[in-house]
Design a protein around this ligand. Structure first.
Ligand code: FES
Length: 203
């Protein structure tokens, strides 16, 4: 799927000037392309490579390293079940298996992703989501939910918001940190502290 003209303009006029080299704009360019199309096709790698003067294999290598970049279409709701130790010990494998069962999908292994035929759901295991105290944690479209135990799966699929972990920040490489308060801390706090003379270097 081709990049829109608006995306190309943003990469060239906004992202590239932010950094000392064109290559450094690769991650936000990939993220923007994914936000636009939902996933990253080989054609997109070629377009981004041309804009940033990178070989297509360089672009593909970076995109394939990070699990948050999708190499194929994903469903409307991307459900990712943490499989790292805290969540595993709390039963995340059973949660993952139950979600797959309820959606009529074979349980994937590794980072294999399964999608429903109607394009509504994609499900896959993922690595630690840094919300281990809510194990087992399930991420839906980059939002944290937990604990979601196997017995909770029906209720979770009916209304994921019931299991939302309030106050956890989310981050978009394009839009920046989302301004969600976390126990008195806000995404803009470090900048505020610097403007008040906190840790800012002189000059
Ligand atoms: S181990 Fe699952 S969120 Fe950390």
């Amino acid at each position: 799927m081709a990049l829109s003209q608006a995306a190309r303009t943003r990469i060239v006029d906004e992202f590239i000037p932010r950094y000392p080299s064109k290559r450094a704009a690769l991650m936000p360019a990939l993220w923007l392309a994914q936000e636009e199309a939902g996933w990253l096709a080989n054609e997109t790698f070629e377009e981004i490579g041309e804009l940033l003067d990178l070989h297509v294999t360089d672009v593909a290598a970076v995109a394939s390293f990070y699990v948050m970049f999708h190499r194929r279409p994903v469903g409307e709701l991307l459900i990712e079940v943490c499989e790292n130790p805290s969540c595993y010990l709390a039963g995340s494998d059973a949660t993952h298996a139950r979600i797959c069962e309820r959606l009529g999908l074979p349980a994937g292994h590794g980072h294999g992703m399964q999608s429903t035929a109607d394009g509504k759901y994609s499900v896959r295991p993922t690595e630690c989501l840094a919300a281990c105290d809510y194990a087992p944690v399930v991420q839906v479209n980059l939002r944290f939910h937990g604990p979601v135990r196997a017995d909770d799966v029906e209720a979770f699929l009916d209304d994921p918001a019931r299991f939302s972990i309030e106050g956890k920040p989310s981050f978009s490489m394009v839009a920046g940190p989302q301004a969600l308060a976390v126990d008195g801390w806000e995404a803009g706090a470090p900048e505020d502290a610097r403007s008040q003379g906190g840790s800012r270097a002189s000059g």
